[in-house]
Design a protein around this ligand. Structure first.
Ligand SMILES: [Zn+2]
Length: 282
């Protein structure tokens, strides 16, 4: 799933490529993708793209005349720009914005489930949308240390806590592992248990998000590749040596995701076997 760094670089590249382009037509082949009906998608016709930005993990495409398309990619959605129009057989297409110059912006989704969605809103209403209004502060640039300390002072494990968009916006299953590894903290430590120095480490570790954006700026060209070269050190690297200390990276499996960590540096040498066991460790 695209997280803050991936959506940020996508928004930057789309913004440079699309700003000023005129919309010829817009349609939603994914029957359930559009979550708003008024204004209708057709009202984009004749408008031009004013820019593309990001809020949390969501791209926002802004159009002239104060309309914005707020997009939620969910786990398998991508916002992609194509030089040519989609054939009717592109079953991954959920929303298509056809440009007068022949290009096409597509919200595509891979896999069988249709979960990605878009909302067409007045630009000044985007901030009021419930998905935006309920977001915590952006994880990058990091909020001030005292604000961050207050946000995470909760009796919840750091792994789900940092992924909770209402607490802090932009972090998902990949980058949470990287941030916790960078801070040398257990995914199962509770936010409220952290010492002041640990809060500081965690706050500093949010810097990996900016590092990832810088990495993308360096390695990708003017267009975003289908698969971004994510600079991950521990996420999905179980069995490989920790890049810092050489200890074998371990994993805890959940129903739909996994947490990876260095047992030596993050859990006091303990290898967590499963959720049941991990609950006992604090
Ligand atoms: Zn290590």
């Amino acid at each position: 799933m695209p997280e803050l760094p991936e959506v940020e670089i996508t928004a930057r590249r789309l913004s440079s490529a699309l700003t000023g382009a005129e919309v010829e037509s817009a349609l939603a082949p994914g029957m359930v993708a559009m979550k708003t009906y008024e204004p209708a998608l057709e009202t984009l016709e004749g408008r031009s793209v004013a820019g593309v930005r990001r809020v949390g993990k969501m791209p926002v495409v802004e159009f002239s005349g104060d309309l914005s398309l707020l997009v939620h990619l969910m786990s398998a959605g991508r916002l992609q720009l194509f030089d040519k129009r989609a054939s009717a057989r592109d079953r991954a297409s959920r929303v298509l914005v056809r440009l007068a110059d022949g290009r096409e912006l597509r919200l595509r989704e891979f896999g069988t489930r249709q979960r990605a969605w878009a909302k067409l809103l007045a630009t000044d209403k985007v901030a009021e949308d419930e998905m935006v209004a309920t977001l915590g502060p952006e994880a990058w640039p990091a909020p001030p240390l005292d604000v961050f300390a207050e946000l995470i002072d909760q009796q919840r494990h750091l792994h789900p806590l940092l992924r909770d968009q209402r607490t802090i916006a932009g972090i998902g299953r990949s980058w949470v592992d990287e941030i916790l590894w960078e801070a040398r903290l257990s995914p199962f430590k509770q936010g409220s248990e952290l010492l002041e120095t640990e809060v500081e480490s965690l706050h500093r570790a949010l810097g990996v998000l900016g590092g990832a954006i810088d990495h993308y700026e360096e390695v990708i060209g003017e267009t975003v590749p289908d698969k971004l070269p994510m600079p991950l050190q521990v996420h999905r690297r179980e069995g490989e040596p920790c890049p810092r200390c050489g200890t074998t990276i371990a994993a805890v499996y959940f129903k739909e995701h996994q947490a990876n960590y260095c047992p030596k540096e993050q859990t006091g040498g303990r290898v967590l076997k499963d959720r049941r066991l991990s609950r006992l460790l604090k």
